[in-house]
Design a protein around this ligand. Structure first.
Ligand code: ITT
Length: 199
């Protein structure tokens, strides 16, 4: 089954392809002639996921989905949340974002946090939303080389390792994205998706 995934994030693409498995062939915006940055200007994850999926659907008329993810830290009143990509700078600077998060949590004992993912699917012109979350805590120093973004600072509940110290399979089996995309996969298996270039 071929379906468009409205992302420009290569790490996410790899994760989602791994979660969905070989039964799905993911097509990225560039492969359908959409090379500009897809806007995400909403104040909620769901709003942004829908905005990205709608943008691509309007350009291509093809079935597609998008994911928007945020890290919500309790002691920071839910920040960086929907602003996770641009926490420290306007760019997607993972290292600067991690450093700012650690600085903002200096001396803070409540390290509780969660990752939340909203996935928006447009299938035959209809819109659907799926959600996944994982609870955990922010470490006091980065650990691990795997994953991306805030992974070296996030230790999921019930685990000794950060996401960046886990294998991709282990992260995907409990992660926010893994849970949301598993719901998407179950839905697609039931309802089917088509990729027709003549539409
Ligand atoms: P697209 O919009 O092109 O899909 P993006 O990088 O902008 O890619 P998001 O807005 O969904 O993706 O994610 C916001 C930021 O949250 C992202 O830049 C990372 O820093 C962080 N992030 C997202 N998923 C993550 C994960 O699984 N592990 C660690 N950090 C993550």
């Amino acid at each position: 089954m071929k379906i468009i995934f409205a992302t420009n994030n290569a790490h996410k693409l790899q994760e989602v392809q791994q979660i969905l498995g070989p039964a799905y062939e993911l097509v990225i915006p560039r492969q359908c002639g959409v090379t500009e940055e897809i806007p995400e200007e909403q104040e909620t994850l769901e709003g942004n996921a829908l905005q990205k999926a709608r943008y691509l659907y309007e350009r291509t008329g093809l079935d597609c989905f998008a994911d928007d993810t945020g890290l919500e830290v309790r002691a920071l009143s839910g920040a960086p949340g929907v602003h996770s990509a641009r926490y420290a700078t306007q760019g997607h600077d993972f290292e600067a974002n991690r450093q700012l998060l650690l600085r903002n949590l200096e001396g803070v004992t409540d390290r509780a946090a969660r990752f939340r993912t909203a996935v928006a699917l447009i299938l035959d012109g209809r819109e659907y939303l799926f959600e996944g979350e994982v609870r955990g805590e922010i470490t006091t120093a980065p650990a691990g080389e795997g994953g991306f973004g805030y992974d070296p600072l996030f230790r999921p509940e019930g685990h000794e390792e950060t996401f960046a110290q886990m294998s991709p399979e282990a992260k995907n089996s409990i992660s926010h994205r893994g849970r949301a995309v598993a719901k998407l996969a179950a839905f697609l298996t039931e309802h089917g998706a088509s990729y027709k270039t003549d539409r």
